[in-house]
Design a protein around this ligand. Structure first.
Ligand code: SF4
Length: 230
């Protein structure tokens, strides 16, 4: 099959991303993002700064069918050495169970190579947890009810908040504890050093939710869009 010159996905053996640290990572075009994501074209961090250049390039691909993108992503993952933990979808997502199964099968092979974890976030709220296999998955939520449903569905959960109320973990509801992302609060140098999101099952068991603070030029836009979603 001819896919044109621009690929809709790439897998990097060792990312240059300072927040991530020494990790492998995949990037997929926004054709794979669920249309329901309230931050798409509305404050998603992949649309800002240097990331926006990568995102724009991926979005230029002729391949826009999420299943085809997932197949290409799986092929790209299988070419990685497996030496590093793998972050899926620095941009992009697996919007359906079929896509998640294709990508997670490759992710599980990645883990089998050297025992390294694979983790990601998803804005898809109707993909069964089993489709993700052994991947540590945090569902990205905008509302507390979505967080509770994510936990009930077997996922970990993450939320973007306008700002942190504390640098330490704090209750965000009677039954939920928020953990401000340690990389954002300066308590961890990188995701590689922190690793919390690589343990979604443990977070879920403790009803702990990873919080990200919107900041800089995104803050107002994200806050407005999250308020609209609520
Ligand atoms: S909580 Fe840890 S692993 Fe998750 S995004 Fe923040 S630094 Fe990375």
């Amino acid at each position: 099959m001819h896919f044109g010159t621009t690929m809709p996905v790439k897998a990097i053996e060792l990312t240059q991303n300072r927040k991530l640290g020494f990790l492998s990572a995949t990037y997929a075009s926004q054709a794979t993002c669920p249309p329901t994501c309230p931050l798409r074209n509305a404050g998603c961090y992949a649309e800002t700064g240097r990331m926006s250049l990568h995102t724009k390039r991926l979005n230029e691909s002729d391949v826009t069918d999420p299943v085809e993108v997932a197949r290409l992503e799986a092929e790209a993952i299988e070419k990685l050495s497996g030496r590093f933990p793998l972050r899926l979808h620095v941009v992009g997502d697996s919007p359906t169970a079929e896509c998640a199964r294709l990508v997670s099968a490759a992710a599980d092979k990645h883990t089998k190579k050297k025992g390294q974890p694979v983790y990601t976030y998803t804005h898809a709220h109707d993909v069964p947890r089993e489709a993700w296999g052994g991947v540590s998955v945090l569902r990205s939520c905008e509302k507390l009810d979505q967080v509770r449903k994510a936990l009930d569905d077997g996922y970990g959960a993450a939320m973007v908040v306008p700002e942190f109320q504390s640098d330490k973990a704090y209750p965000i509801a009677d039954d939920l504890v928020g953990i401000p992302c340690p990389e954002m609060t300066g308590k961890a140098a990188s995701c590689e050093a922190c690793g919390l999101c690589m343990k979604a099952d443990k977070l879920r068991e403790g009803r702990k939710v990873i919080l990200f603070a919107a900041h800089g030029s995104r803050k107002k836009m994200v806050t407005n869009n999250l308020q609209a979603a609520n």
